[in-house]
Design a protein around this ligand. Structure first.
Ligand code: ZN
Length: 393
């Protein structure tokens, strides 16, 4: 993960939205002439960031919960008091599809302006069939509109809806036997995810949901071992999940099973930050163990971050990943975590020309400096959409 394949004095040629050549500037300029040239002098050129875990489609906000958190209320306490996710569920149910598209279109532009060119996007604030479908249709619509690429995940198992309070098994049956088959038939999701946590969806509930998803062609992702060591990492390996996410309490056995099964660890350092936890995922152990590590923002109403550069900084300062590792985890590894590495995640011939110009002389400024937007240019599929830090398309 340390080898970025840096090219000093490099250039990239782009044709029809794809990368046609990458290498030394004089070689590339010797072979290609261009109708349009973008000057990257004294800048760092990277692949567009891939955010491997977001809950970006939601209505409303929960700024008042910050005060509760400051006073010591936990995520599950706030949720059991009818706040937290259930509040966002009622706000999101109340919004029309058009309203949600408007809200999320603005959010997508902000993500792009900060360098994310591909994101994974989960449902999970509908928790009934109609509103889950509405959210997945919003994701589909924004993906068709572009320029941001969104990879859809069905997360009907985000929480137990109030209607099913104390009837978890019934809700799981509903998900497995009715909603998952229908959502797969409507072709609205590529992944199926579950919030596997003590008191929410336990291991066997989660296994049923992920296996049902797989039967209908949805690849598995799992919110695993975030708040309690429940065995989510082991389950991820057993069901052949593409990624297991969070992993603050993943066991040693779980991690080695993940490595053997090729499960990617998607780490979300803004989550413990906003939950005010002392504990962070043990990225160093994972990397030493040979587990592929990706990064995601966990963008949601409880973790409202739209700047992926901050995630890279948190990975450095809180997970002790090097800037090179954090960049790899935010590009090619994250592309693998959303199964889009054939198209995005690196500056390689034949891939989509999703490219960032970072206003810094050394790549280590990603991580080192944080809180300001260092992305000066964003190229998406060959089109300049951000210039001098401003959206132009
Ligand atoms: Zn999440």
């Amino acid at each position: 993960m340390e080898d970025l394949g840096l090219i000093e004095e490099g250039a990239v040629a782009i044709k029809d939205g794809k990368i046609a050549a990458v290498g030394n500037t004089s070689d590339v300029l010797g072979k290609y002439s261009a109708a349009k040239t973008v000057d990257a002098s004294n800048k760092v050129v990277t692949p567009g960031f891939v955010d491997a875990h977001t809950h970006c489609v939601f209505a409303g906000s929960r700024e008042k919960e910050l005060e509760l958190k400051i006073k010591g209320a936990s995520y599950l306490e706030i949720m059991h008091r009818g706040g937290g996710i259930l509040r966002t569920v009622s706000d999101t149910r109340a919004a029309t599809k058009e309203e949600l598209i408007d809200i999320c279109r603005r959010r997508a532009r902000s993500l792009l302006a900060h360098g994310a060119t591909t994101i994974e996007a989960k449902s999970g604030y509908g928790l009934n069939f109609i509103d889950e479908v509405k959210i997945l249709q919003v994701i589909k619509q924004l993906n068709v509109e572009g320029p941001l690429t969104l990879v859809p995940t069905f997360l009907g198992a985000h929480a137990i809806p109030t209607e099913y309070h104390t009837k978890t098994a019934e809700y799981v049956t509903k998900l497995c036997e009715e909603w998952i088959p229908e959502i797969a038939k409507l072709n609205l999701a590529e992944f199926c995810d579950v919030f596997c946590e003590r008191g929410v969806f336990e291991i066997e509930d989660s296994r049923r949901i992920l296996e049902a998803g797989k039967r209908f062609g949805l690849k598995a992702k799992i919110h695993a071992d975030e708040l309690y060591p429940l065995g989510g990492a082991e389950l991820a390996a057993q069901v052949g999940a593409v990624s297991a996410d969070h992993l603050l309490f993943a066991s040693e056995t779980g991690l080695s099973e993940m490595r053997r099964a090729g499960v990617i660890a998607t780490l979300l350092p803004a989550a413990p930050l906003t939950l005010m936890l002392e504990r962070y995922a043990d990225a160093r152990r994972m990397i030493a163990e040979g587990v592929a590590v990706a990064l995601g923002s966990d963008l949601s109403p409880s973790c409202w971050v739209e700047n992926h550069q901050l995630i890279i900084a948190l990975a450095c300062y809180k997970l002790r990943m090097t800037p090179a590792e954090a960049i790899m985890a935010s590009t090619i590894n994250a592309a693998h975590a959303v199964r889009k590495a054939n198209a995005v995640g690196s500056v390689e011939i034949g891939k989509d020309a999703d490219i960032l110009l970072i206003d810094a002389e050394d790549y280590r400024f990603l991580g080192y400096s944080f809180g300001r937007n260092m992305v000066s240019t964003v190229i998406k599929r060959g089109s300049v959409i951000v210039e001098n830090g401003k959206l132009v398309a």
